[in-house]
Design a protein around this ligand. Structure first.
Ligand code: G1P
Ligand code: ZN
Length: 543
């Protein structure tokens, strides 16, 4: 055992919330910084004797160094076994799947999700518990407190372990098993989806372009799509995970995955396009000359879930984050199943799933998932779509349009105002909150407001209350403008404005979103003085 004295590194300006700690690589490279996080974690966890830890990351810069440090510290903590992905690689959904499959006591994910990577980019770390989901706040808060007083790092004195060959090695008395990063995940997908049907789909000439954005989704997409499903080689592009994601921003939306959208709008476009993010938990789906909004995607998956083997037994309920469009609510209502509205962030879904209340869930931010694991899952969502196309014979566009026709269309857009000062962001939200009581019944920019509030959520399982989760200004037909500040940005503050308009009239389903949403944008401006308060004429990103 090696004990290193170290200054403590409380995570000052960023507590390690349930999405973990994300910082510039240079911050993590400070002596003792990563170690401090891991020691704080190990100190608040119970004794590890006899237990298994899962470890892997999205392959970004510093992944390998961090993996070795954590392995040595895990040996000092006394774990019986660590399952580490080959090369230190495991996608976030795969970590969740491996924890559940092996009954591990938890897992460490090395990722800053969709944030850029490389020596100048971001690195991140988070802990997942035995259900496969992110550690709840009581653990992350205890870690934060502990991080302020950690003064000793417990490690063992040992050379680096070879991570590139599968097999078992001993580190002190701890067994380290280097596992195939894909095998358990592939197995799980085979239990959920109709692989024969999808194999026939590809054999019949169906063309998919999957852009892995040089992130960790590459090896998974290759093994599942080109391997198990026989899609032609080259179906998966940007498939090799690179430490800096090839300089790309691995955040799949029509802005960052512009190249994919371009291919899907070309004359010889494939039938379907898809992309996943840095750690492969987000997904984007594109039809031929047709971009699918994540909120619509969730509604379509629910409407057809009974056609997919893993969900044939029925859907107990669905959940969406508050800013996500209400398309899925309409489908759920028609099906007679409950639909839960939670605050932004995946952690709220975990409780509902563990209690069996929800089988499918999703967010407008390109995250969709189900109770097969406790994280969102990018490739899973793409397979769900492929399975639906295989059984219905319909195109991506036809599936979405049929949902609009039956339930009406929730036209949707998110406007991000990035890099604004914390003080102007706070002022905007404060002024808006102060005016809420005067808005109901009022007409602003030609819209008559039905109600306005600051979203508060009471967890139906544990009764915990989360307040101030975003301001909603809602019209009679459910159309609305929602305001909240991002909780994940690393530079200044980001205001997110979500606009949603309900359009039952099928002859108006093709109006460009910008046009359809113009009245709501005017309402938002009138209610919150966005231009003046942010000092910006228009959003920096619109999706
Ligand atoms: C963003 C998304 C949110 C998602 C989170 C983590 O958070 O908006 O839906 O759960 O990333 O992937 P935000 O920056 O808005 O707080
Ligand atoms: Zn991610």
């Amino acid at each position: 055992m090696l004990t290193i004295r170290t200054p403590s590194h409380p995570f000052k300006d960023q507590r390690p919330g349930t999405s973990g700690l994300r910082k510039k690589v240079a911050v993590f490279q400070q002596p003792g910084y990563l170690e401090n996080f891991v020691q704080a974690l190990f100190d608040v966890l119970p004794d590890a004797a006899g237990q298994t830890l899962v470890l892997g990351g999205d392959g970004r810069f510093y992944n390998r160094v961090a993996t070795q440090i954590i392995l040595r510290m895990a040996a000092a903590k006394g774990y019986a076994r660590v399952l580490v992905g080959q090369g230190g690689i495991l996608s976030t959904p795969a970590v969740s799947a491996v924890i559940r499959h092996h009954g591990a006591s938890g897992g460490i994910v090395l990722s800053a999700s969709h944030n850029p990577g490389g020596p100048e980019g971001d690195f991140g770390i988070k802990y997942n518990i035995a259900n496969g989901g992110p550690a709840p706040e009581k653990i992350t808060e205890a870690m934060f407190e502990r991080s302020k007083t950690v003064s000793e790092i417990h490690s063992i004195d040992s050379p680096d372990i070879a991570l590139d060959a599968l097999g078992t090695i001993y580190l002190g008395r701890m067994e380290v098993t280097v596992i195939d990063p894909v095998a358990i995940y592939l197995d799980l997908m085979q239990k959920l989806f109709d692989f024969n049907g999808m194999r026939k789909l590809f054999a019949s000439g169906f063309r998919l372009r999957f852009d892995a954005m040089h992130a960790v989704g590459g090896p998974y997409a290759k093994a599942v799509l080109e391997g198990a499903l026989g899609a032609p080689p080259g179906t998966v592009v940007n498939a090799i995970p690179l430490e800096d994601f090839g300089g790309l921003h691995p955040d799949p939306n029509p802005v960052n995955a512009e190249d994919l959208v371009h291919h899907l709008f070309a004359v010889d476009a494939p039938d379907m396009g898809a992309a996943s993010d840095g750690d492969a938990d987000r997904n984007m789906v594109v039809g031929r000359r047709f971009v699918v909004s994540p909120s619509d995607s969730l509604a379509v998956l629910l409407a057809h879930a009974h056609r997919v083997p893993g969900y044939r037994g029925g859907i107990s309920g669905v959940a969406r984050s508050m800013p996500t469009s209400q398309a899925v609510d309409k489908v759920a209502k028609a099906m007679g199943i409950p639909c839960y509205e939670t605050p932004t962030g995946w952690k709220f879904f975990g409780n509902l799933m563990d209690a069996g209340l929800v089988s499918l869930c999703g967010e407008e931010s390109y995250g969709t998932g189900s109770n097969h694991i406790r994280e969102k899952d990018g490739l899973w969502a793409v397979l769900f779509w492929l399975n639906l196309i295989a059984v219905t014979g319909e195109s991506v566009e036809a599936l979405v349009r049929a949902m609009w026709k039956e339930h009406g269309r929730c036209v949707y857009s998110r406007h991000d105002y990035e890099g604004i000062s914390l003080s102007s962001a706070d002022a905007l939200m404060r002024d808006l909150r102060a005016s809420l009581h005067s808005l109901p019944g009022k007409s602003l920019a030609g819209c008559s407001i039905d109600f306005a509030d600051d979203f508060s959520y009471t967890d139906p399982v544990d009764g915990s209350v989360s307040e101030r989760q975003g301001v909603r200004i809602v019209l009679k037909d459910g159309s609305r403008a929602v305001f909240r500040l991002s909780g994940t940005g690393t530079d200044g503050a980001t205001l997110r404005l979500y606009l949603e308009r309900f359009e039952p009239d099928i002859s108006r389903h093709d109006l460009p979103a910008e046009e359809a949403l113009a009245p709501l944008a005017a309402l938002a401006e009138a209610a919150a003085n966005v231009r003046l308060q942010t000092g910006m004429d228009c959003p920096s990103v619109t999706t």
